[in-house]
Structure formats: structure tokens, C-alpha cells
Design a protein around this ligand. Structure first.
Ligand code: SF4
Length: 395
């Protein structure tokens, strides 16, 4: 995806050749795919392969400064810098470490204007991918010598959806992230942990701050960058939506080679409760969401995930589990349910569910033939757990 700014800059690069003065502001190359970079290079009178070299340097070698891109001639690097270009990858500005190994990051976007977004690294994951058709078998687990982790990625600064149990909602929507800012969170974290793509098993979940389907174009452009330029598998990516029907319908049109798996943030057994907890349900009720989800052509063994936050006394009783089981069965979708015991946040008046209720809920779903898994709560002590992301600097 090319923004108008990028187009202007590419003209500046061309004009530099004609002796124009250098631009003063810096524009990130990070976020442009190989095709767009190639077009820039060709427009500037450079060979087309320079675009591929730039993409390779930024997304595979994870270089962060023009001077490190030594596959390019020094003169070209200098011209790019004088033309106002920089690599401009989002930068990890602060790290919070949990006792359980989880790390939460404040990631600085837009050249250090102090606007930060959050992402989370969970070593060994949170069991979120259990039962979705891509989990490892015992033979793969045995004797592994590679890293396994899950990265939770944000798609917006804040969120407009206003789910009543979520701390991010308190921020309201501040802005959409660009494709480079979404993909940049991932590349910066892969870099920090020296992840080797192809060997290490890292899952991405687009479940951080924001509603990805309300920033659809940038979200999908980021996925394409991560798949095509960085070499990550879309089958190890899951995007969660609160149920934005037009977004789900567009998502259903994406080709399998770049389409992540889909999770629906259900969180309630029926429309009445869901509309209370998630006001978005008044616009797109459960059946409308299910209709849209049925348009997604699933890969073999792939399942839709229904995320379900258990709120003590509100949504966590056996009668709710029975309703959820009926709802999932009626959908006719190959599906599983991920249960999340609600993580408390300041200013949110719900109760954590009792461990006994959580287990009874899970067993009720299993008895009804619905695969159900309890997602591990990771990094609660550093405000990194599900629903807690709010750029909290204490912790
Ligand atoms: S749960 Fe997700 S969609 Fe709902 S307010 Fe929080 S970030 Fe937004």
C-alpha cells in the first residue's frame, strides 16, 4: 500500500537527480513491499533489483539503518538519506518483563513522536492455537531445539469498539496504524529474540490493541508484508475480530496464501448479553456475524475459533455454556472455543471467574461435543494479559 506521502517522496528522489535540494523530513521505507520499492528504485534511475535488495535487508535481515544495507552502493544509500528516506522501522522503546517470561513492549512509531503501541511476546505461547488444526503433534514437540512463542500484535492505537470488559477501550480510538507499523512490531520482536524464520515456531495473533477489521487495508497489507517479504506463514497467524461484518466479508475474499486464521470474539451466550458487553453487537448481531463467517473458505483441518472471556457470575455459568454449545452447533462451522478467564483492570467492574466455574464451563462444552480450551493467562503482573493493554507504564 502506498500512501500519498510515499508518492511525493519518490518524486523527490527523482528530482534529486535533477539537482533539487534535499528534503528535510524523513519518510520510512519500512512498510513498502518489494514491488513498491522496485518502482521507487526504477523511477530514480536505479536497476530494478535494488528494490528486492532493500526488501531483503529490511524484512529478512532485519536491518534498521540505511548504512547497514551494504548490498546497496554507498552512493545510493547516501542519495536515499539526502532524499529524506530512512529505514524507519518501529522501535521497541520500553520492555516490561513478567515473572512467567512474557514480555510486553511499548513500541514507538512515526519517528519518535512519542506515540507508542503495545505488543507482547509469550514464550511457549498461551495455548491459543490448541485444536485449530495447526498445533504440534507429540513427535514435533519431542526433542525440539527451536523457539516456540506467540506474539500478540496491535492494529490501532486504542480502540473504538468499546467492549465493556477491556482496558484498551478506555483509550478510545486514537489512530489507525500503518502497514509498516503493524508489521514493524513483529519484525522488531523477531529481531530482539533472534528468531529464525523457518526453524522457530512463532505464532502471531492480531489480538492486541484495536480492531483489525476497522483498519482492514493496513492490516492486510501488513500480513502480506509478513508473508511475502518476511517469509512467515499465514497459517501461524490468527486475527480476532469483535464481529465487524463487512470486514469479515472482505477477509473471506482473501486468497488462502495470505489469509490468517479467523477468531471471533464472542464473549456472550446470546444477543442480549452480548449487546450489553459489546455494543457493536447491536449493529451486527450474532447471526449476522455467523453468516459472514460462513463465507470464509477454510483450509483442510482449519477451524474457526470463538474467543470467550469468562466474567464471574455474568457469562461463566453452566447454563451459559449450554447456550454457547447450542449456538456453535447451530452455526454449522468447524469450530472450537477458547476460554479466557477475565483479567482485571482498573475501573472495570467485573469479577474474575472462580476456577471451579471455569472448569465446569469447559467440561459442559466438551460434553456437548464442542472442543474447548482454556487459554493461559500470561504476563498479568505486567499488564500484558488479554484485555489489559493500555500503554500502562507501571508494572
Ligand atoms: S476487546 Fe478488542 S475490540 Fe473490544 S475494545 Fe478491546 S481491543 Fe477493542
Amino acid at each position: 500500500m502506498l500512501s500519498p506521502v510515499v508518492t511525493e517522496k519518490s518524486e523527490q528522489l527523482v528530482q534529486l537527480d535533477a539537482g533539487e535540494p534535499a528534503a528535510v523530513t524523513q519518510t520510512p521505507l519500512f512498510g513498502l513491499d518489494a514491488e513498491a520499492l522496485t518502482a521507487r528504485m526504477v523511477a530514480a534511475g536505479e536497476p530494478a533489483f535494488r528494490g528486492k535488495q532493500l526488501a531483503e535487508g529490511m524484512y529478512r535481515q532485519r536491518l534498521t539503518a540505511l548504512e547497514e544495507l551494504t548490498t546497496l552502493p554507498k552512493a545510493l544509500r547516501q542519495r536515499l538519506a539526502l532524499g529524506g528516506w530512512e529505514v524507519g522501522r518501529p522501535r521497541i522503546a520500553q520492555v516490561f518483563k513478567s515473572v512467567d517470561g512474557t514480555e510486553r513492549y511499548l513500541i514507538e512509531c512515526r519517528g519518535g513522536d512519542a506515540q507508542t503501541v503495545e505488543a507482547v511476546w509469550m514464550p511457549e505461547g498461551d495455548e491459543g492455537e490448541s485444536g485449530d488444526g495447526t498445533e504440534m503433534d507429540e513427535a514435533q514437540e519431542a526433542g525440539k531445539s527451536w523457539t516456540r512463542a506467540t506474539i500478540c500484535v496491535s492494529s490501532q492505537v486504542g480502540c473504538a469498539v468499546n467492549c465493556q470488559f477491556c482496558l484498551t477501550a478506555k483509550l478510545g480510538l486514537q489512530r489507525n496504524l500503518t502497514a509498516g507499523e503493524i508489521a514493524g512490531q513483529v519484525i522488531a520482536i523477531l529481531d530482539r529474540h533472534a528468531v529464525e524464520v523457518g526453524r522457530d515456531r512463532v505464532n502471531l495473533v492480531f489480538m492486541g490493541m484495536g480492531e483489525p477489521f476497522l483498519n482492514f487495508d493496513n492490516f492486510m497489507a501488513a500480513v502480506r508484508l509478513l508473508v511475502k517479504e518476511a517469509g512467515l506463514s499465514p497459517q501461524r497467524m490468527t486475527v480476532s475480530t469483535s464481529g465487524i461484518v463487512p470486514g469479515i466479508e472482505r477477509f473471506a475474499q482473501e486468497p488462502a496464501e495470505v489469509r490468517p486464521k479467523l477468531a471471533i470474539s464472542l464473549n456472550a451466550p446470546n444477543d442480549e448479553v452480548r449487546s450489553e458487553l459489546m455494543p457493536i453487537n447491536r449493529k451486527w448481531p450474532i447471526e449476522a456475524v455467523m453468516d459472514a463467517v460462513r463465507q470464509v473458505r477454510l483450509r483442510s483441518r482449519e477451524r474457526i475459533t470463538f474467543e470467550y472471556v469468562l466474567l464471574g457470575g455474568v457469562t461463566d455459568q453452566v447454563k451459559h455454556a449450554r447456550e454457547v454449545a447450542r449456538l456453535v452447533r447451530r452455526s454449522g462451522l468447524p469450530a472450537k472455543v477458547n476460554l479466557i478467564a477475565w483479567n482485571p483492570g482498573p475501573g472495570i467492574a467485573y469479577d474474575q471467574p472462580q476456577a471451579g466455574d471455569v472448569e465446569a464451563f469447559r467440561l459442559t462444552l466438551l460434553d456437548a461435543g464442542i472442543p474447548a480450551y482454556l487459554r493461559k493467562s500470561r504476563g498479568r503482573d505486567i499488564f500484558a494479559a488479554c484485555g489489559q493493554l493500555k500503554r500502562t507504564v507501571e508494572g
